[in-house]
Design a protein around this ligand. Structure first.
Ligand SMILES: [Zn+2]
Ligand SMILES: [Zn+2]
Length: 174
């Protein structure tokens, strides 16, 4: 969806508010696709901040389904996104230092979906756990260890003990 911001760019003191719908039901991030379960409308405000300049402010709440980092069970992750970003029209006196950051601007129009995608990207959690003490899955059989033991022998030798053993064996060979 493209929103024409010409009036905001060209009239001093202009302040426009709009509630818009972010359409996608899925979000792709680092090669994975996550389902967006719930989302609020995006509350936008567009304010003139000078000739050819506009400040985009707003917020959006959504719930995304992301697998737990350890056990891969789906976790409903609420994201509360608030944003504030100044944008420039093609004939602004001053341009953004990095034009790549303005990829959601098409001339005088804002690509709402591209803009919101960018904001969601910034707010994606680094790590998602179904619970802080998630025990993950068994490396041998894939059993979810939160549901109890699987009975596999998952004994990991203490690396310090292994080192002592090596010394012991080396002595023997002499
Ligand atoms: Zn988990
Ligand atoms: Zn197992």
């Amino acid at each position: 969806m493209l929103i024409d911001l010409t009036d905001v760019f060209t009239s001093a003191g202009k302040d426009r508010r709009e509630s818009l719908i972010y359409e996608p039901d899925f979000f792709s991030y680092m090669g994975n696709t996550y389902r967006i379960q719930e989302k609020s409308p995006v509350a936008f405000s567009f304010s003139n901040t000078g000739n050819g300049r506009a400040l985009i402010k707003g917020s959006l709440n959504l719930t995304m389904e992301i697998p737990c980092d350890r056990c891969l069970q789906t976790v409903k992750v609420p994201l509360e996104i608030a944003f504030e970003q100044e944008v420039f029209s093609p004939d602004a006196d001053e341009q953004s230092e990095d034009q790549d950051e303005q990829s959601f601007m098409q001339g005088y129009e804002l690509d709402v979906e591209a803009f919101v995608n960018n904001e969601i990207l910034i707010h994606m959690p680094v790590k998602v756990l179904c619970r802080p003490d998630c025990r993950g899955i068994c490396e041998k059989c894939g059993h979810n260890l939160n549901e109890g033991e699987c009975g596999c022998d998952t004994f990991v030798p203490d690396p310090r003990m292994a080192a002592i053993k090596d010394i012991f064996n080396a002595d023997k060979e002499v």
